[in-house]
Ligand binder design. Structure first.
Ligand SMILES: NC(=O)c1ccc[n+]([C@@H]2O[C@H](COP(=O)([O-])OP(=O)(O)OC[C@H]3O[C@@H](n4cnc5c(N)ncnc54)[C@H](O)[C@@H]3O)[C@@H](O)[C@H]2O)c1
Length: 327
């Protein structure tokens, strides 16, 4: 794969799950990385492996503050914008803060990036933009109505990015992430994602609670596939590949029952008693769509995307990381 020259990459949300993995990866390639984060959901411990790297710079600041954004983009070649408040339930409980961060903060970052003449602005979009559309697999051009305040914010990001491309010539690429998982994803808190939450519960012999009968399915996407998409998004020289959005997924779906089965199997390799932890089934969650599956044809065709990790391959890595780091 063609690599970029040594460049300076601003990763907003660089102390979070995806951002800290991206930071580590690009530092490993020898790039300079600037992280802008307000630590609202990110953690200093996510930075510990590279905080002393001389090519790494941490700016503790808030994307809702335009001055922080202007400072962060100085001398930057590429922006990987990950900072946002995730979680559909959080956005239902507090739509105003979610909108401030995810929409106003996003616009601040776009505007600062345009003024600083960054080469490309790559941003975390979301599969939630597919909303109530029923068709599978999801293809980029066919979306439904958003089902949550969070989904609205992520769709508005795409609309703004498109306008900034057309109006100001800023190169943008949106990556619609589908249920990302892997090392460093936060297992704690009311809005924790399902995989790290279930792993921690199973490691403590607590029963995971599945919402519904467990037959809902998702396109679970391992972090290394997401890193590959971000790298392709900044390195691609294909002019047809920019100013658009891509599904960022593995391109397969597994049910929640499959997922828990794999988790128990892989964790039982560390502690056989985990195989006997029972599962509890609860009510379906409001706003949850039954099934999600991405077509990754566009990313394959225009960016040369070739995801290496299936759910099972990614889970083996993730489970081992949680066992070795958080048990
Ligand atoms: N994890 C997923 O499955 C998934 C799926 C779709 C989209 N996304 C998107 O990917 C991005 C990264 O998600 P993640 O899972 O790593 O979440 P995360 O919560 O671990 O990371 C988000 C980071 O942004 C920072 N942040 C939040 N508000 C900020 C602000 N106002 N100013 C500066 N920094 C701020 C947080 O402190 C955190 O470090 C988000 O934009 C999210 O919406 C994630």
């Amino acid at each position: 794969m063609e690599k970029v020259e040594k460049t300076t990459i601003l990763i907003t949300g660089g102390a979070g799950f995806i951002g800290s993995n991206l930071s580590e990866y690009f530092l490993g390639l020898g790039h300079k990385v600037i992280c802008l984060d307000n630590f609202s959901t990110g953690h200093h411990h996510n930075l510990k492996d590279f905080i002393n790297n001389l090519d790494f710079k941490l700016i503790e600041g808030d994307i809702r503050n335009i001055e922080d954004c202007i400072l962060a983009v100085q001398g930057v070649d590429f922006v990987l914008h990950q900072a946002a408040l995730g979680s559909v339930p959080r956005s239902i409980n507090d739509p105003i803060t979610t909108n401030d961060v995810n929409v106003s903060g996003f616009l601040n970052m776009l505007s600062a990036s345009r003024d600083a003449k960054v080469k490309r602005f790559v941003y975390a979009a979301s599969s939630s933009t597919y909303g109530d559309s029923q068709g599978l697999p999801k293809v980029e051009d066919i979306i439904g109505k958003p089902l949550s305040p969070y989904a609205i914010t992520k769709y508005v990001n795409e609309l703004y990015a498109d306008i900034f491309s057309k109006t100001y010539g800023l190169e943008t690429i949106g990556l619609r992430y589908f249920n990302v998982f892997g090392r460093k994803q936060d297992p704690n808190g009311a809005y924790a994602a399902v995989i790290p939450k279930f792993v921690m519960q199973l490691m403590n012999y607590e029963s995971p609670i599945i919402n519904g009968d467990g037959n809902y399915s998702r396109d679970f996407t391992y972090i290394d596939n997401v890193i590959q998409m971000n790298e392709l998004a900044i390195t691609s020289q294909n002019l047809e590949a920019v100013n658009t959005v891509y599904n960022t997924a593995f391109g397969d779906r597994n049910t929640l029952n499959d997922l828990v089965g794999y988790l128990k199997k892989y964790l039982a390799e560390f502690d056989s008693k985990i195989a006997d932890v029972p599962i509890i089934y609860g009510a379906n969650r409001v706003g949850d769509i039954p099934h999600s599956l991405a077509s990754i044809d566009k990313a394959k065709a225009l960016l040369g995307y070739d995801p290496k990790y299936s759910l099972q391959e990614g889970l083996k890595e993730a489970v081992s990381w949680y066992w070795n780091n958080l048990k």
